[in-house]
Design a protein around this ligand. Structure first.
Ligand code: PXL
Length: 283
């Protein structure tokens, strides 16, 4: 018998935390976030904010978890597997928004108001099929309690309009609404995502006043469920790996475009992306 050498453990991975809702069809939400983190080589933990009933055909029900359950989940994870970055997705209720804000305050150093790790808030307000994923009265809590604590938000045009109180139906309007929103939150960086527009142009707006336009290619497909989740998760993964914000955003945009292009058409509605495409070479 030939002696077998036991494999040595892999290097300690970065840990990413997804605080988001559960989509049982895995197109969006926490199970899609897990796939996107794994495709980027991160270990990911999860804290579920809400359950949904849905398929590729749309959302049939939304049920936020209790604030207490989420608070305890976040505390347990923080004590054992503290994250190198946090992605926040669907929140559901004002109680959940406040619970996440309280958690972020608890991990921030005394000297600054924000935690010392990258935090990306995907401002999920409404599903692509038109169901509210954040209760209307929670928007104010999100503005007052949560936005001041995160380094990054990734609103689409519709979300930016609701957050800024300005109409956003064109790129110049998007730029002016982003500038207005950032004047209220001087340390917030934004990516105004245009993935649902044609052409899918994004706007990277840094707190130092720098603006960059990111051009993308329109891909004709019905596999587009959860593109916002995938983009924000990929962007956070790249920030955790210390890419510059511009490189992180460009790389996330490429990742999502390929995930749409390589998605097999499954389900009867808006199908999931192929989020694991970078791993397919291992087969
Ligand atoms: O794509 C937004 C989104 C995020 N999170 C969950 C969702 C959806 C859209 O349906 O269900 C859980």
């Amino acid at each position: 018998m030939t002696p077998t050498s036991s494999p040595s453990p892999a290097a300690k991975p970065f840990v990413a935390l997804a605080i988001a809702g559960y989509d049982p069809s895995s197109g969006a939400g926490i199970t899609a976030d897990l796939q996107a983190f794994h495709a980027h080589g991160l270990f990911a933990t999860t804290a579920i904010t809400a359950l949904t009933v849905q398929s590729t055909l749309g959302v049939a029900a939304v049920e936020p978890v209790s604030g207490d359950l989420l608070r305890r989940t976040l505390e347990h994870l923080q004590n054992d597997l503290p994250p190198d970055g946090i992605k926040i997705g669907m929140l559901g209720s004002a109680e959940i928004v406040s619970t996440v804000a309280e958690f972020l305050r608890s991990i921030a150093p005394r000297t600054t108001s924000k935690p010392p790790i990258p935090i990306v808030l995907d401002t999920v307000l409404i599903s692509s099929s038109g169901t509210r994923l954040l209760a209307p009265q929670a928007l104010q809590t999100l503005r007052e309690d949560l936005l001041p604590l995160v380094g990054w938000a990734t609103p689409n045009w519709h979300e930016l309009a609701l957050l800024s109180g300005q109409a956003v139906t064109s790129m110049p309007q998007g730029q002016s609404a982003a500038t207005a929103l950032m004047s209220t939150y001087p340390t917030l960086n934004l990516i105004v995502t245009g993935g649902d527009q044609d052409p899918p142009t994004d706007l990277l707006c840094l707190a130092d006043g720098t603006l960059q336009t990111l051009y993308g290619e329109h891909i004709e497909s019905r596999s587009t469920h959860g593109t916002g989740c995938a983009f924000s998760t990929a962007f956070l993964s790249n920030l955790i790996f210390k890419k510059t914000p511009l490189d992180a955003a460009k790389s996330a945009k490429h990742y999502v475009a390929e995930a749409i292009r390589r998605a097999p058409p499954i389900g009867h509605g808006k199908g999931p992306l192929n989020l694991l495409w970078p791993l397919h070479e291992i087969r």
